[in-house]
Design a protein around this ligand. Structure first.
Ligand code: GUN
Ligand code: FE
Length: 412
């Protein structure tokens, strides 16, 4: 056992920060054992007096192969952006050597920004996706990684046959079925990229291996029209996933959900689907403003996500800030939807992913001690004000990182 001394701030509940100023957090076997205002005899102390101790972040939806494309092509909306910039960028990942250089940079920056848990889209390519698993495993970061499935409407350089898509998915399902740190997640890109036949087969694999599923939903009006045209017999985008068995109870992540009806929300709630809210991405591609307050009031699980490279920063602080800012703009037009507070947005970036990463994101007893130590320049401010400044990126830097109670350095 050892303890860490500092100004401890976390959000066990979303509505308020729990603040333990100048206190000790005791760590036993990598897990939080106690928080106390006094030390214990014979228990060593790592003294971070005057620094903040906060939980590490989680990013519930991002695309590692798009990391090089941040900032490019945001004059386009989703569908032409995918065709013009994203599919060509992902095509390069048939080259495993190239993939390793980008993936290393991506994982380095997750570490740098203090995001130790993430749900990641790779590409259709088996070999470079396998490398991504290996690199994550070596980095000690936690992740769900998906080999992307696309057997219709994709660029020639990215397309795969239904049979290949199924056999490669089975390869990952089997290889990583018992892994602990880096796990496989079934990843149909979105309805327009995946035939009904493939969706059915992916649902069977997910069922057989008890795997989670991640995809995109109701991001952009043209995308939604396209889904209607592809499946005229099904009432909504959400029901297409339901129809093909891809909404797995408490094991599904749907990114965006910007334009979702109450009827669809009811379905998402029934399946315990987590919505990945991607505020920067939704601004960059002019996708729209998700009615976040409505979704939270409805009892839907929501977690924050960078959605690189539609989102333009892997730093979760940027998503926390954008989330609050968008909720304020939405509130101006819809006064009944109150804006999010800082503690609520912080919670969505730390504990929002709790259905996928169960023992991290806050310092509740028994959780893994996954933490960031923050040094501020202006040490005269109260701890919450130092946290506010750190989140808004104007003062404060991460000096130490802990994962499972151990200092986490980077060498890949
Ligand atoms: N919908 C299907 N693929 C993608 C993607 O790569 N990024 C975003 N933002 N939406 C998608
Ligand atoms: Fe995405």
């Amino acid at each position: 056992m050892f303890s860490i001394k500092g100004d401890i701030i976390h959000t066990p509940e979303k509505d308020n920060f729990a603040i333990h100023e100048n206190s000790y957090i005791f760590i036993d076997n990598g897990k939080v054992a106690e928080i106390s205002s006094s030390p214990k005899e014979n228990i060593p102390v790592c003294d971070f007096t005057g620094k903040l101790v906060i939980p590490s972040f989680s990013d519930i939806h991002t695309h590692a192969p798009q990391y090089e494309n941040i900032g490019i092509g945001y004059y386009l909306e989703l569908l032409p952006w995918l065709e013009t910039y994203t599919f060509p960028a992902e095509s390069k990942f048939s080259d495993t050597e190239y993939a390793v250089t980008i993936y290393k940079k991506f994982i380095h920056d997750l570490w740098l920004f203090g995001t130790f848990h993430s749900c990641v889209f790779a590409t259709v390519f088996k070999d470079s996706t396998d490398k991504l698993f290996e690199l994550f495993e070596r980095s000690r970061l936690y992740a769900y990684i998906g080999k992307v499935n696309m057997d219709r409407n994709s660029a020639a350089s990215l397309s795969e046959t239904t049979e290949n898509s199924v056999s490669d998915t089975l390869y990952f399902a089997e290889k990583y079925s018992s892994s602990d740190r880096v796990k496989f997640i079934v990843t149909p890109r979105f309805v327009p990229s995946v035939t009904g036949k493939l969706m059915t087969k992916l649902a069977d694999i997910a069922e057989k291996y008890d795997l989670p599923v991640q995809s995109h939903l109701n991001e952009n009006p043209s995308e939604i029209e396209w889904v209607k045209a592809l499946h005229p017999e099904i009432d909504s985008f959400t029901q297409v996933y339901e129809h093909f068995g891809l909404l797995r109870k408490n094991k599904t992540i749907m990114a965006h959900s910007v334009h979702t009806s109450e009827q669809e929300l009811e379905i998402l709630k029934k399946y315990g689907t987590t919505i990945a809210h991607c505020p920067e991405s939704n601004m960059n591609l002019a996708s729209g403003i998700m009615p976040l307050r409505r979704n939270l009031d409805y009892g839907i699980d929501v977690a924050l996500a960078s959605d690189i490279s539609a989102g333009s920063s892997l730093d979760m602080r940027r998503q926390i800030v954008s989330c609050i800012q968008l909720s304020k703009l939405y509130h101006r037009k819809h006064p009944e939807h109150t804006p999010l507070s800082l503690s609520e947005s912080f919670y969505l970036a730390t504990k929002g992913s709790r259905n996928f990463f169960t023992d991290t994101g806050s310092f509740e007893i028994g959780n893994s001690f996954d933490a960031l130590i923050i040094e501020s320049e202006n040490t005269t401010l109260a701890p919450t004000e130092r946290l506010e400044k750190f989140i808004y990126s104007v003062d404060g830097k991460i000096t130490n990182r802990y994962l499972n109670g151990k200092e986490l350095t980077f060498d890949l």
